[in-house]
Design a protein around this ligand. Structure first.
Ligand SMILES: C/C=C/C(=O)SCCNC(=O)CCNC(=O)[C@H](O)C(C)(C)COP(=O)(O)OP(=O)(O)OC[C@H]1O[C@@H](n2cnc3c(N)ncnc32)[C@H](O)[C@@H]1OP(=O)(O)O
Ligand SMILES: NC(=O)C1=CN([C@@H]2O[C@H](COP(=O)(O)OP(=O)(O)OC[C@H]3O[C@@H](n4cnc5c(N)ncnc54)[C@H](OP(=O)(O)O)[C@@H]3O)[C@@H](O)[C@H]2O)C=CC1
Length: 445
């Protein structure tokens, strides 16, 4: 591993040097264990502690198949899907690995008693499998997390619709929270040159998801002037949704839960910010009964910011707790676009406000190949910036996942894999200087 790191850190290494490096037999990886899938049985979700289920193990380097690449991971990031994996909710991800393992001889590799997790990476290509021509050893890359087989026509127009669509590092093994990762080569994209390894690794999953959900015609198709209600506007997804709204000439109405988070949204350029804690919204009277008066109070607050207008697009992900309010505050003909249900997936809303006002609910999930590429391009061009707040070592990934699970973090949380320290990997200092304030906006807040 030291030789690999030396080659990456030497500016003179050529593709041939990388190709000549011998691969280690094993590597350090963040895992969960199949025989621990029941360890939290009977506990409330919030009491399930990722620090107990997340392990740092030495695991064998997987065999490289056609169309695949092995990547030396310099940095990765914690996504909420790794939190779900680590608390074995809503289902154990070993179910996904078992199912994937049944698809072919090659996918059998994924069905193991341990799951190497993580759906983001920035690093350097070490080896490519047969049939890979676009990428070579030594290429500095990031990887998006869409794994598809593309053998069915269902996914040929929109790769997210492939029946064998999976999220790498969640529904497949050999993810990015590790020193080496296995990806399909079509997941690879050029690393933005003005960013360090950990900054480049941070946006991938959430930036692409927010792009499809909010901007793409497959999602809400946001346009200039739209009022966009963004839940968790300084969180993983929300910090990118807020940037897309601002960059696209829309009017974000940002919801957060503390004055510090409100301040981050303002520093991004948002003017309408609602602190849901300070204003004390209680959309549910008890576990089963919502309170439409609270929806209305929330809607009035939004109208104060918009000069009386209602919401064109709701960027939804909290789910059960907020969904009734989200449907209510949307304007006639408006759109609620949802990609998750952090607070519960059995949603309830008053359907009269949906059909009578011709509103639409759109389900959105990650991003297709092209959308992921376009989202990464916006990062590479300095139009959208990473929202990295803090970086952990691989050893401390459990704590990083705990922070995200308990909503103690801001923006994105990074993890250093092979990178010995933060700040390495920047190849375009001049461009970096132009954007340095935006790049550092979420740091240490
Ligand atoms: C990028 C980051 C993203 C995120 O962070 S997202 C948040 C994290 N992700 C999640 O929380 C999602 C986790 N996944 C799940 O909870 C489950 O994954 C799903 C609920 C999405 C799906 O459930 P399942 O049981 O895995 O699959 P089924 O599609 O329900 O198939 C089970 C069986 O049911 C049959 N079936 C499906 N639809 C129908 C139908 N319409 N009529 C009759 N049968 C149906 C299938 O064929 C299959 O059958 P057979 O077991 O025999 O293979
Ligand atoms: N389908 C897909 O492709 C994707 C789905 N996801 C899913 O989306 C969800 C959010 O992910 P991500 O943004 O990265 O997570 P984060 O935890 O980084 O951010 C979510 C934010 O939502 C807000 N929030 C959480 N719970 C509630 C609640 N009950 N009511 C109102 N606001 C709430 C919090 O902000 P605050 O406290 O400031 O209000 C929090 O910071 C997860 O469930 C994740 O699995 C994520 C990426 C892709």
């Amino acid at each position: 591993m030291k030789e690999i790191l030396d080659a990456i850190q030497s500016q003179d290494s050529t593709a041939a040097d990388f190709a000549a490096l011998s691969l280690p037999e094993s590597y350090r990886a963040i895992t969960v264990h199949k025989d621990e899938a029941e360890m939290f049985a009977g506990l409330e979700s919030r009491d399930k502690d990722p620090r107990k289920s997340i392990h740092l193990d030495d695991v064998p380097v997987p065999e490289l198949g056609p169309g695949e690449a092995l990547v030396a991971v310099m940095a990765s990031s914690v996504n909420y899907n790794s939190v779900w994996t680590s608390i074995f909710e809503p289902v154990s991800t070993f179910n996904f690995l078992e199912r994937y393992g049944k698809l072919s001889e090659l996918t059998k590799r994924h069905d193991l008693p341990y799951h190497v997790i993580g759906s983001d990476l920035a690093g350097v290509v070490l080896r490519t499998g047969p049939g890979v021509n676009a990428w070579n050893p030594g290429d500095e890359v990031v990887a998006h997390c869409l794994s598809v087989e593309l053998e069915s026509s269902d996914g040929h127009n929109d790769t997210m619709l492939d029946p064998e669509q999976r999220i790498w590092g969640f529904e497949t093994n050999f993810g990015g929270l590790a020193e080496i990762a296995l990806v399909k080569s079509n997941q690879l994209m050029p690393k933005p040159q003005h960013l360090s390894w950990e900054e480049a690794a941070a946006p991938g999953l959430v930036n692409s998801t927010a792009y499809r959900q909010l901007v793409s015609r497959n999602g809400a198709g946001m346009k200039q002037g739209d009022n966009v209600l963004i839940w968790g506007a300084s969180g993983g997804l929300g910090s990118y949704a807020t940037q897309f709204a601002l960059a696209g000439g829309a009017n974000p109405i940002c919801v957060v839960s503390s004055p510090e988070k409100a301040e981050i949204c303002r520093s991004m350029g948002a003017e309408a910010v609602i602190d849901r804690n300070a204003e004390g919204y209680k959309f549910w009277k008890d576990e089963r009964t919502q309170d439409p008066k609270e929806w209305k109070r929330f809607g009035k607050r939004i109208r104060e910011f918009t000069g009386g207008e209602d919401i064109d697009i709701v960027f939804e992900h909290p789910g059960r707790e907020t969904f009734g309010a989200s449907v209510y505050v949307t304007r006639k003909g408006g759109t609620i676009t949802t990609c998750a249900s952090t607070s519960g997936y059995m949603h309830e809303y008053d359907n009269r406000y949906l059909w009578m006002s011709l509103k639409r609910i759109i389900g959105s999930h990650f991003a297709n190949y092209r959308e992921a590429w376009e989202a990464n391009r916006l990062i590479a061009k300095g139009k959208i910036h990473p929202t990295l707040s803090k970086t952990y070592s691989l050893e401390d990934t459990g704590q990083a996942a705990y922070d995200v699970h308990r909503n103690l973090h801001q923006g994105k949380v990074g993890v250093l894999a092979l990178a010995p320290r933060e700040g390495l990997g920047v190849r375009d200092q001049e461009m970096r200087e132009q954007h340095i304030d935006a790049i550092n906006r979420f740091r240490n807040v």
